[in-house]
Write a protein that binds this ligand. Structure first.
Ligand code: ADP
Ligand code: ADP
Length: 223
């Protein structure tokens, strides 16, 4: 059975149809990179999967958990990284992660926070205010935050925005490590190179529909 199952997803903002019937199935461990022009509906799709926005119609399920029927169980399985790092600037890295771990009901929040900081290689800076981090480090902190509840599904909306080449490369390595843990990932990006090197599947969203969906192995770079 597919890990993620989306069918007939529609969303309009007034008269503007942002999503016009999106169907998508992913197996566990797939890494889908979603491209498409501005205004295609990519953010809308991610926000709906992340439960930040409600669709007009359609269904989403992650394994046995249907979003409409059991939103809590569904939400427990996912994490999201948006292009604006969502961290408290005045709190230290450790305090930030401890706060979120406690919020998610993690049993030993400090222990979890320290482990995640180790994982994203920010442990030496754990007492620094998050606001003092470089853009790339903030983005890695955002990944750590998104992993607090050990999500099986990770959603990334333009995570490379504002990262220089060096930071982008480190971020890409982080993503590949996470993917090796058999996490399922959906990433929206304009960064074709970074997307291509991480993804196992490529999709293009155009005018509210999935215009293209292919295994990366079957994509001929020359065509
Ligand atoms: P993308 O992420 O591919 O750029 P979006 O999902 O952000 O696309 O937007 C899809 C369309 O919906 C665009 O035409 C955008 O202007 C419109 N849109 C997005 N959010 C809103 C909103 N809150 N209210 C009205 N229109 C919106
Ligand atoms: P993103 O890059 O995540 O799509 P945007 O910068 O496009 O974010 O939009 C920021 C916010 O404004 C989002 O909440 C989005 O839904 C909303 N928005 C986007 N386009 C429109 C629009 N045409 N009218 C009203 N709100 C919009």
């Amino acid at each position: 059975t597919p890990f993620l199952q989306i069918s007939g997803l529609r969303k309009a903002y007034g008269n503007l149809e942002a999503l016009r019937g999106v169907d998508l199935e992913l197996r566990r461990g797939e890494f889908l990179c979603l491209f498409g022009p501005n205004g295609a509906g990519k953010s809308t799709l991610l926000k709906i999967i992340a439960t930040l926005l409600r669709p007009d119609s359609g269904r989403i399920r992650v394994l046995d958990n249907d979003l409409q029927e059991n939103p809590e169980a569904y939400r427990a399985r996912l994490g999201m990284v948006s292009h604006q790092p969502f961290v408290y600037q005045d709190l230290s890295l450790l305090e930030n992660l401890e706060f979120y771990a406690a919020l998610y009901g993690v049993k030993q929040p400090r222990k979890r926070a320290l482990k995640l900081l180790q994982q994203v290689k920010l442990i030496q800076r754990c007492d620094m205010p998050a606001g003092d981090l470089s853009r790339g480090m903030q983005q890695r902190l955002s990944i750590a935050r998104a992993l607090v509840n050990d999500p099986e599904l990770l959603l990334l909306d333009e995570p490379y925005t504002g990262l220089d080449e060096h930071a982008a490369r480190i971020f890409g390595e982080q993503l590949r490590l996470l993917h090796d843990n058999r996490r399922t990932i959906i990433m929206v990006t304009h960064n074709l190179r970074r997307g291509m090197e991480s993804a196992t599947r490529l999709g293009i969203l155009a005018r509210g529909r999935l215009a293209y969906l292919q295994e990366k192995d079957q994509v001929d770079p020359a065509s």
